[in-house]
Design a protein around this ligand. Structure first.
Ligand SMILES: C[S@@+](CC[C@H](N)C(=O)[O-])C[C@H]1O[C@@H](n2cnc3c(N)ncnc32)[C@H](O)[C@@H]1O
Length: 349
C-alpha cells in the first residue's frame, strides 16, 4: 500500500433515514461536498448543521449602499454571510475589518473566506470583542460603515458541546469564548438566589424567576450539581410543577428558552459590551458613515434605540431609523430564526 495514501475513515451510520444528532450530520457539515442536500434543507426552512443563514441581507445592503473603495467593520463575523455580501460590494480598493470573539468558529470562517479569495489584503479578521472597536481605528482610519448582527450564530446554537440549547444534552457552558470567563455551570455553583432571580428578570423578563431561582439554588445547596443543559431543564421543570397541567409543557418550554437566554447574556456580559460598543460608535465613523445593528432581544433593541436617540439629540448622528425594520414574511417563513430580528440604523453627522 502507498504510504502516502490517506487513511480511509468509515462513514458515520445513523438509525432511520435522517440523521438527528449533530455529529451524525456529516453531509450538512461538509456543504462544499454535499451542495444538493444542503440546498434541500434550506428549502425546507431549516438551517443546515454547521452553517448560519444571514438575516435581513437585502435590508442591510439597501441601507449601507456600500461602494468600491470603502472601509468598514463587520463587528460580528459569524459564518461570514454578511461579510461576503459586503466584500463583493467594496472591491476593488476597499477593506473590511471583521471581529468575532469565538475561537472555535472564527478559524473555520477565516479559512472558508480565504478559499473564496478574500485574503488579509481585503479582509482583516480579528478575534476581539466589538466593545473594543475603537482599537481598530488606528489601523483602519474613520469607518464608512459598521454592521453588528447581535447574539449567537446557528453553528453555536446547534453544537451540543457549546451548551446553548436546552433541547440537546451538553455541558452547561454557553460562553461565546469558552476560553475566557465563567461557564453557566460555574456561575450557578456560587450564585445567590436573589442574584439569580435578578438575572432571570433583568435579562429575559422571566415571569417564574422566583420559583426557578429558588429550585436551582436549593438543588445545588443539597449537593446536586447542575452541569449539563438537560439537568438545568429538569430543574426548571421541577420548579414549575405548580402550573396547570394543560399549559405546563408549553410554559416550561418558554421558561427554558428565557432562562438559557438570560444566563447566556450574563456569562457573556452581553448588555455591558453592547453599551460600550454603542458609546464608541459615533467616534469611529467618518462623517456620513453608516451603522446598522440587527438585534434579537427586546433588551438589546432598547439599548440600540436609546443610544441612537441620545447621540442624535447631541447632533452626532444626522439621521436615525424612525422605527425598526423587520425581516419580510417570506424570510421569516423560509428561516424561522429571523422572526425576532429588528434592524436599526444611524448616519453620522
Ligand atoms: C448572529 S451571529 C453573526 C452571523 C453573521 N452576520 C453571518 O452572516 O454569518 C453573531 C456572532 O457574533 C459574535 N459575537 C457576539 N457578541 C460579540 C462581541 N461582543 N464581540 C464580537 N463578536 C461577538 C458571536 O460569536 C457570533 O459568531
Amino acid at each position: 500500500m502507498d504510504q502516502q495514501e490517506p487513511k480511509r475513515t468509515r462513514r458515520i451510520r445513523y438509525k432511520g433515514t435522517h440523521p438527528k444528532v449533530f455529529h451524525e450530520k456529516y453531509k450538512e457539515l461538509q456543504p462544499e461536498q454535499y451542495k444538493d442536500q444542503v440546498e434541500k434543507i434550506i428549502q425546507q426552512g431549516r438551517t443546515p448543521a454547521g452553517m448560519h443563514r444571514s438575516i435581513c441581507v437585502n435590508e442591510i445592503m439597501d441601507f449601507l449602499q456600500i461602494t468600491p473603495g470603502q472601509t468598514g467593520v463587520d463587528a460580528t463575523l459569524g459564518y461570514g454571510g454578511h461579510s461576503v455580501e459586503i466584500l463583493n460590494r467594496l472591491l476593488p480598493g476597499g477593506r473590511l475589518y471583521a471581529f468575532d470573539v469565538d475561537p472555535i468558529e472564527l478559524p473555520k470562517t477565516q479559512e472558508r473566506l480565504l478559499s473564496l479569495g478574500f485574503g488579509p489584503d481585503v479582509l482583516v479578521i480579528q478575534r476581539m470583542n466589538f466593545a473594543e472597536i475603537d482599537q481598530i481605528v488606528s489601523l483602519s482610519g474613520p469607518l464608512n460603515f459598521v454592521l453588528a448582527d447581535l447574539g449567537v450564530s446557528s453553528m453555536q446554537i446547534d453544537n451540543p458541546q457549546r451548551g446553548f440549547s436546552f433541547k440537546v444534552e451538553g455541558p452547561l457552558d454557553l460562553r461565546l469564548n469558552p476560553k475566557s470567563g465563567k461557564s453557566v455551570a460555574d456561575l450557578l455553583k456560587t450564585i445567590s438566589r436573589a442574584k439569580l432571580e435578578e438575572i432571570l428578570i433583568e435579562n429575559a423578563d422571566e415571569p417564574h424567576a422566583e420559583p426557578i431561582a429558588k429550585t436551582i439554588t436549593s438543588t445545588i445547596a443539597k449537593g446536586t450539581p447542575i452541569t449539563t443543559t438537560t439537568s438545568l431543564q429538569e430543574v426548571i421543570k421541577e420548579a414549575l410543577v405548580f402550573l396547570p397541567a394543560a399549559s405546563r409543557k408549553e410554559e416550561i418550554k418558554k421558561s427554558c428558552q428565557r432562562c438559557f437566554q438570560a444566563l447566556r447574556i450574563a456569562v457573556n456580559h452581553e448588555f455591558t459590551v453592547l453599551d460600550k460598543f454603542l458609546d464608541k460608535l459615533p467616534f469611529v465613523l467618518a462623517p456620513g458613515g453608516k451603522v446598522a445593528i440587527l438585534s434579537f432581544h427586546s433588551g438589546e433593541d432598547r439599548r440600540v434605540k436609546k443610544s441612537f436617540q441620545h447621540f442624535f439629540r447631541l447632533g452626532l448622528y444626522r439621521e436615525i431609523a424612525p422605527d425598526p425594520i423587520r425581516p419580510s414574511a417570506e424570510e421569516c417563513n423560509s428561516n424561522p430564526r429571523a422572526k425576532s430580528a429588528k434592524l436599526r440604523w444611524a448616519i453620522k453627522a
